[in-house]
Every structure is written in structure tokens, then in C-alpha cells.
Design a binder for this molecule. Structure first.
Ligand code: PRP
Length: 182
């Protein structure tokens, strides 16, 4: 009950998300081949829904693995403190790694992950993020695929949470200020 009532505005409706993810899938298919199959590294928790839809758009052979990173705590802005809560199961040495993120905000999480994964000597390391908030970038990290750029609003849904809720909404929405000011 009530989750949708906490949303002030639907920023990206579900059908627009799915259309963009289909395009990203086509581009990623073209960028890899079955001879050099990618390992998709889903950055939990936020990217779980994007990974689930993206993987179903891929024809190229690939595997998935998961990493959990935390930087936000229960607040609405990044604390800048990044921790690995869950590490990859797979050894990525010599593998073509594609990091799958839900959103890049300050860039600190992605900078930490790319620096960390590079020390493990992957054959290649690329990044696909569904969303990017360029206005908030503090560290410039190269990103190979950006689904959609969004304004500096606090967004939830499609994997993104506020205090661990709202991840199940099928769209990206702007949370009413009163919800996180309470
Ligand atoms: C969010 C998001 C990114 C990161 C982006 O994760 O999924 O990983 O923050 O912010 P940054 O560019 O400022 O580092 P969060 O820490 O909220 O964890 P969650 O995905 O488990 O919700």
C-alpha cells in the first residue's frame, strides 16, 4: 500500500525504460562476440532489476556474477564511504568484464569498483549504467553505455531504493520530499 503515493512524478515510465534497455542490449551484442563472451558484473542491490532485463536482451553468450557495494547508508546522498559487502564468485583474470550499474551519481562507487577490478587483470573492463546524474559527478570515470541522463532529483524505483523500499516500482520516479524529510 502507498508506495506509489510517495512518488511526486514518474520521471521515466516503464515502457521507456524497456525500450532503452532493448537498444542497450543491441549495442552490447555488437560490442562482444561468442569468442570473447562478457561476464556481466551486477552491482547490487540497485542494479538487480536492470541486470535481469538486460540479460534477457542479449544474444551473445555471457555469464553473470554479483558484487554488493554500499555507499549510501539510509540517507539520500552519497557518504563517499565505499565498502564491498559481497565479492565476485568468479576469477576475472583474462575475462571481458562488463560492470552493470543502476546509477552513477558522484562516481565514487564506480571509481572504486573499476580500480578494484582492474587489479585482478581482466582482458577488458567496460561499464554500462542505466542512469547517470552528470550534475552530481565528483570523479570522472569513463562509462561505455549510459541508458539515460537524469536531473539531480532523488529517484527511486526499478531497483533504486530509499531506505531499502521502492525498489519494486517498475518505473523511475521522483520521491516526494516529505517522505525523506520526515
Ligand atoms: C547506489 C547506486 C550506485 C551508487 C552511485 O548504490 O547503486 O552503486 O549508489 O552513487 P555514487 O556514484 O555517488 O557512488 P547504494 O550505495 O545506494 O546501494 P544499493 O545499490 O544497494 O541501494
Amino acid at each position: 500500500m502507498g508506495l506509489r503515493e510517495d512518488v511526486a512524478q514518474v520521471l521515466i515510465p516503464a515502457d521507456k525504460l524497456q525500450a532503452r534497455i532493448a537498444e542497450l542490449g543491441r549495442e552490447i551484442n555488437d560490442a562482444y562476440s561468442d569468442n570473447a563472451p562478457p561476464l556481466l558484473v551486477c552491482v547490487l542491490k540497485g542494479a538487480f532489476m536492470f541486470l535481469a532485463d538486460l540479460t534477457r536482451r542479449l544474444d551473445v553468450r555471457h555469464e553473470v556474477d554479483f558484487m554488493e557495494i554500499s555507499s549510501y547508508g539510509a540517507g539520500t546522498t552519497s557518504s563517499g564511504v565505499v565498502r564491498i559487502l559481497l565479492d565476485l564468485e568468479q576469477n576475472i583474470e583474462g575475462r571481458h568484464v562488463l560492470i552493470v550499474e543502476d546509477i552513477i551519481d558522484s562516481g565514487r562507487t564506480l571509481e572504486y569498483i573499476t580500480r578494484n577490478l582492474r587489479t585482478r587483470n581482466p582482458a577488458s573492463l567496460r561499464v554500462c549504467t542505466l542512469l547517470s546524474k552528470p550534475a552530481r559527478r565528483q570523479i570522472d570515470v569513463p562509462v561505455d553505455w549510459v541508458g539515460l541522463e537524469i536531473p539531480d532529483e532523488f529517484v527511486v524505483g526499478y531497483g533504486l531504493d530509499y531506505a531499502e523500499e521502492y525498489r519494486n516500482l517498475p518505473f523511475i520516479g521522483v520521491l516526494k520530499e516529505e517522505v525523506y524529510r520526515e
